[in-house]
Design a protein around this ligand. Structure first.
Ligand SMILES: [Zn+2]
Length: 423
């Protein structure tokens, strides 16, 4: 079967699930009943019909929860049917609380099984979760997914970095699940403690929460320091575990199109982006019926590709994973810059352990400053800064001021890292 025929079978599957979703949601979900009051949803004949519906935005959901506290009105089931509540990390404003039913929590676990299977994780593996297991959904669903795979799950909740490194070695963990930033932080701490992670039993690392595992330099540093193959997984609390990386891909991620319908739009006009054109990812989750999102604007910028993956999965590929937040793009002296592009250059310098990017105005001109923190006192920090500055100029055509600070000055992150600031 060729790629087009394969994708047609995906669409037939999506259509059936979309009908089931709207049949369940429209009679009993207040939020979508109000939102779709003027839409003709009697009979959905094609996936394309979805495009006639209005988008759902994060600010709408935040507003809905403010008006209908605490969980809002995007609820399809009776209150007693919900078994889990999580909250978003709230890095970009007000946190959202999100409920799941037994059925939708099971769905999350199965989406994570897809992630594990694609990375080559099996029942023989021991998965260590370097995660605090707090109210943020993070890797709670991954924890459930490990059970679906039949692997041994090891919790890293309430542990220091040193205790986590010890636990990974003592339990002979073979898979590490955490944010890309935290994987780098653990590697830096291991190096200081004389622990040889590259020769540890860890063979696979899976990362979410930030796009790092799809940024080539960041991926390379994680893989070298852990002696493991690194996989990216984009997902979100209010949407689900929508993306995964297969063993055939180094930088592209698949969308799990059996469970999600993906659209790519022009973030300004809201019109569909041209074929293989960059744009904002819009998602509909098909089987989180108790608390769904339909045509949800993720705010993530992506580059779709119609390439058929050699793994044989007929699912859409996004080149470079999530490239960044649509809002994070800045134009500095006519150059379009994404924080991830700057990170890709900075991570080429193994002396740099942490960094921060600042955008500021000087004499009405927008300027970019990069603050780097070396992993130990550098005898010639000025030379390092100059090299980074030159590399940024060569690689992304960007003039940036680069400054260094002493080791252990910048904050460290276990969940979502915050390194990009508009001053
Ligand atoms: Zn693939």
């Amino acid at each position: 079967m060729d790629a087009t025929a394969n994708h047609e079978s995906v669409e037939a599957h999506q259509l059936e699930r979309l009908r089931r979703l709207t049949d369940a949601v429209l009679p009993s979900n207040e939020f979508y009943r109000r939102k779709f009051a003027d839409c003709d949803l009697e009979r959905i004949e094609s996936i394309q019909q979805l495009q006639s519906l209005p988008f759902t935005t994060k600010s709408e959901l935040v507003e809905d929860q403010r008006l209908h506290p605490p969980f809002g009105s995007d609820l399809t089931a009776a209150p007693e049917q919900y078994i889990r509540v999580h909250q978003t990390s709230g890095t970009t404003g007000h946190p959202l609380y999100w409920l799941d039913t037994e059925e939708s929590w099971e769905w999350w676990a199965n989406c994570w099984k897809v992630i594990f299977d694609a990375a080559g994780v099996t029942a023989a593996d021991r998965i260590y979760f370097a995660f605090s297991f707090g109210p943020f959904i993070g890797f709670w669903a991954g924890w459930e997914g490990a059970r679906k795979v039949g692997a041994l799950a090891i919790s890293g909740g309430a542990q220091s970095t040193a205790q986590r490194l010890r636990a990974i070695i003592d339990n002979a963990a073979t898979v590490l699940v955490c944010t890309p930033t935290y994987a780098l932080h653990m590697a830096a701490e291991a190096k200081k403690a004389g622990i040889d992670l590259a020769n540890s039993s860890v063979r696979i690392t899976i990362h979410a929460g930030e796009p790092g595992a799809s940024i080539p330099s960041t991926k390379r540093v994680i893989e070298e320091s852990w002696g493991a193959r690194c996989f990216d997984h984009p997902g979100a609390t209010e949407i689900g575990a929508f993306g995964f990386q297969c063993e055939q891909q180094r930088t592209a991620v698949h969308i799990n199109e059996h469970e999600f319908i993906a659209e790519v739009i022009n973030p300004e006009s809201g019109a569909p982006a041209g074929e293989n054109e960059q744009g904002e990812l819009v998602l509909t989750n098909l089987r989180r019926i108790g608390s769904p999102v339909i045509r949800y604007r993720t705010g993530d910028l992506v580059q779709p590709s119609d390439e058929a993956c050699t793994c044989g999965r007929p699912f859409l590929l996004l080149q470079g994973g999530v490239l960044g937040r649509v809002d994070d793009m800045v134009i500095v002296r006519g150059v379009n810059v994404f924080p991830s592009a700057v990170e890709n250059v900075i991570r080429e310098f193994t002396e740099v352990e942490e960094f921060r990017i600042e955008v500021f105005e000087r004499e009405a001109l927008r300027e970019l400053r990069v603050i780097v923190e070396p992993n130990r006192a550098q005898p010639n920090a000025t030379a390092l800064c100059r090299q980074i500055s030159q590399r940024l100029r060569q690689r992304i055509g960007l003039r940036a001021e680069v400054e260094s600070v002493a080791p252990d000055t910048l904050p460290r992150f276990e969940l979502k890292a915050r390194r990009f600031f508009r001053l």
